[in-house]
Design a protein around this ligand. Structure first.
Ligand SMILES: Cc1ncc(COP(=O)(O)O)c(C=O)c1O
Length: 366
């Protein structure tokens, strides 16, 4: 029998979250962001549920090929553009739209031989200082691109650094709007946080929104708002079972480094899940977990293949009891991945992306 751990993908939740994203910007078209293998869910597994999106946005060319092989004929956007000149051949062959964020990419395009002119998304660095042309250089880049026979249409994009936090988007939005005021072309500026928090703002022009984490049921601004505050449903459950139970006396310790000492007599359960499955090793004592749908906590250090949980609130738990690391538990209980991530000092995105290849993944039937 295999280890009892399993991840389950919930297509109905993906579909509902896509609809939720649409409601946040009813006039916009939605890119479903499926980079990093659909945030760890698996492109092929989310495919059926997300094909109602208007476009698919990703980074890796092999992921773009996989999406075309799945039969998607609509727009695909390479969010970082191409990485070397020959990638442009694939863009021509598969009709990939691609971001252009630096002069080198324009040079490569100008040398590219194609009968199929490309649709590009010219990216502005409006303050994140990751990729893109600075506002004062944006117009010159636009002029260069628009003079190229290889380019058919130029859209304009930027990315917000603080859409999920107190600084907000106003400073970057102002930079973007000022520098692009009289330039033609569609705009794409919002990620999930900007979409949910600012999508209905009158001054935000939203031709295309780029929804990532919201589709997978994570709150982009946890803990200010939870996924359920935003009407989002978990699209992934990571579940396992108890494979051992220990009765501890006061003062007895649990796991490597003896990080947890029992304050009194108590039962702990040993779960078939560890950091080699993608569960965060830094999750401290107190990290929430469900046993048989009842909320309890991780105790002691997470080890490679196991972790321990406090069974005090679930006295009937026994070997074989179902453990929900995040997502949906029995009896309608839900443990948001964001809460586990917060306890472990990270974000839900990282936990979803980190589920290890050894974890079997099932897709819930519709
Ligand atoms: C350029 C770009 N757009 C959109 C997204 C989607 O962001 P989120 O998952 O926060 O919606 C990302 C993800 O990091 C991104 O890099």
């Amino acid at each position: 029998m295999p280890r009892p751990i399993q991840a389950t993908i919930h297509p109905a939740a993906l579909r509902a979250n896509l609809e939720r994203a649409r409601r946040a910007a009813p006039d916009a078209r939605v890119w479903a962001v499926v980079k990093a293998n659909a945030y760890g869910h698996g492109i092929e597994r989310v495919w059926g549920a997300l094909r109602g999106a208007d476009g698919i946005a990703l980074l890796d060319l092999d992921e773009a090929e996989r999406v075309r092989q799945l039969g998607w004929r609509g727009p695909i956007l390479l969010l970082e553009g191409v990485f070397e000149p020959r990638d442009l051949e694939l863009c021509s062959r598969l009709s990939l739209w691609h971001a252009v964020h630096c002069d080198a990419q324009i040079d490569w395009l100008s040398a590219h031989k194609t009968h199929v002119p490309h649709r590009v998304f010219l990216k502005m660095n409006s303050g994140m200082n990751r990729l893109g042309f600075r506002p004062e250089r944006f117009r010159a880049a636009w002029a260069r691109l628009s003079a190229l026979p290889q380019v058919e249409e130029i859209s304009l994009m930027t990315h917000f650094s603080d859409a999920d936090g107190p600084r907000g988007i106003a400073h970057q939005l102002a930079a973007f709007q000022t520098a692009t005021e009289d330039l033609p072309g569609e705009r794409s500026i919002c990620n999930s946080a900007a979409l949910l928090r600012h999508g209905l703002q009158a001054d935000v022009r939203l031709d295309w929104v780029r929804a990532g984490i919201a589709l997978y049921g994570g709150a982009p601004d946890h803990p200010q708002r939870t996924a359920s505050d935003w009407g989002l449903q978990p699209a992934m459950t990571l579940a396992s079972r108890l494979i051992g139970v220990q009765q501890l006396s006061e003062g007895e310790t649990v796991g490597y480094g003896s990080r947890f000492a029992a304050p009194g007599a108590m039962a702990i359960g040993v779960v078939a899940c560890g950091y080699a499955d993608g569960y965060p090793r830094h999750a401290p004592t107190g990290t929430p977990v469900l046993v048989d749908g009842v909320r309890t906590r991780v105790v002691g250090r997470v080890s490679m293949d196991m972790l321990a949980v406090d069974l005090t609130p679930v006295p009937d738990a026994a070997i074989g009891s179902e453990v929900t690391l995040w997502g949906r538990g029995p009896g309608g209980a839900v443990l948001p991945v964001d809460e586990v991530a917060e306890a472990a000092g990270t974000i839900g995105y990282e936990l979803m992306c980190a589920v290890a290849p050894r974890v079997p993944v099932a897709v819930e039937p519709d």
